[in-house]
Design a protein around this ligand. Structure first.
Ligand code: 5GP
Length: 192
């Protein structure tokens, strides 16, 4: 059995990455999600071990020291990281793995695993992104401003990715993401 492929999904907060990720996982057989660790607090409705592993800063730093993370970064004032062991286990079992991580993390993964396929999800405009973030209502005003400031910086990195998907219409963006993953599998082999 061959090794699975690694796909990285990035994009600014509020762009709809989470929804696109869920669509891809529902639609594509043999694609699994790597659940990240984070030090931020759970939002209402988020579940431990499903959305994230919510851990303390001490626990996070301990894992950094032990080299547990394939990548890790500080994003919007909290720490986030991908557990190396989880990704290796799934790839080794022949499953394709989807990471949803920020731009800094994506660059780290690409330098360690250059065969990873990177996909940037962009909003139709920054104004539209702000509207979506406000509608989502999960952040207070200061946090929202921080996320918008980071979004502008992240958008400048889009050109470093293998693919850019503009999320204007959700169905179209989901179809584009699905096509990228399935086309890559066609070219490089599906693990049965
Ligand atoms: P949120 O707090 O909205 O769930 O996520 C904030 C940002 O952190 C998003 O851009 C998300 O993609 C990113 N993120 C989530 N998990 C990870 C991770 O394991 N590593 C890195 N580098 N970024 C992550």
């Amino acid at each position: 059995m061959g090794r699975g492929h690694l796909f990285i999904l990035s994009g600014p907060s509020g762009v709809g990455k989470g929804t696109l990720r869920q669509r891809a996982l529902n639609d594509i057989e043999g694609l699994v999600y790597s659940i990240s660790c984070t030090t931020r607090r759970p939002r209402p409705g988020e579940r431990e071990g499903v959305d994230y592993r919510f851990i303390s800063r001490e626990d996070f730093e301990e894992r950094v020291k032990r080299g547990c993370f394939l990548e890790h970064a500080n994003v919007h004032d909290a720490c986030y990281g991908t557990l190396r062991e989880d990704v290796e286990r799934e790839l080794g079992a022949g499953r394709d793995v989807l990471l949803e991580i920020d731009v800094q993390g994506a660059l780290q993964v690409r330098s360690r695993l250059p065969e990873a396929v990177s996909i940037f999800v962009a909003p139709p405009s920054l104004e539209e992104l702000e509207r979506r973030l406000r509608d989502r209502g999960t952040e207070d005003d200061a946090k929202l401003r921080l996320r918008l400031k980071n979004a502008a910086a992240e958008l400048q990195q889009a050109g470093k990715y293998d693919h850019v998907v503009v999320n204007g219409d959700l169905d179209e963006a989901a179809a584009a993401l699905r096509k990228i993953i399935l086309d890559y599998r066609m070219k490089h082999g599906v693990e049965e």
